[in-house]
Design a protein. Sequence first.
Length: 134
Amino acid sequence: MLSSVLNDEGYVVEAVENGKKAIKACEKLFFDVALIDVELPDMKGTELLARLKKMRPKMVRIIITGHPSLDSAMKAVNERADGYVLKPFEITELLEKIRKLLTEKTEEYLRISTEAMQAKESTPVVKYQSPDKW
């Protein structure tokens, strides 16, 4: 259901059944957002969160759970999840969270890129006539 709603909103969606397939998909393609259930058949969602963070640090990663616990919330925070959503959720709220997080990531990337370009332009470069003599 979530895949069809996201498709209707204009997102291109790749749905997988478990953590290993999610990792394989992320090795082949770049994704802007990962919606990760805490309870996966083959691993904990927080483990997948950590692995995806290493693979794709700029990806927005949102944990979704119907079984909230202090442990899973703390692990999600420690692994720097961008969001933590409790089931059942309002689809409009999830869509708004995705839009907001994507906008924030895009703005952060543009800010960093602009700062890097400005630093490159303002960094003096000295070329010596005789590099073997001081």
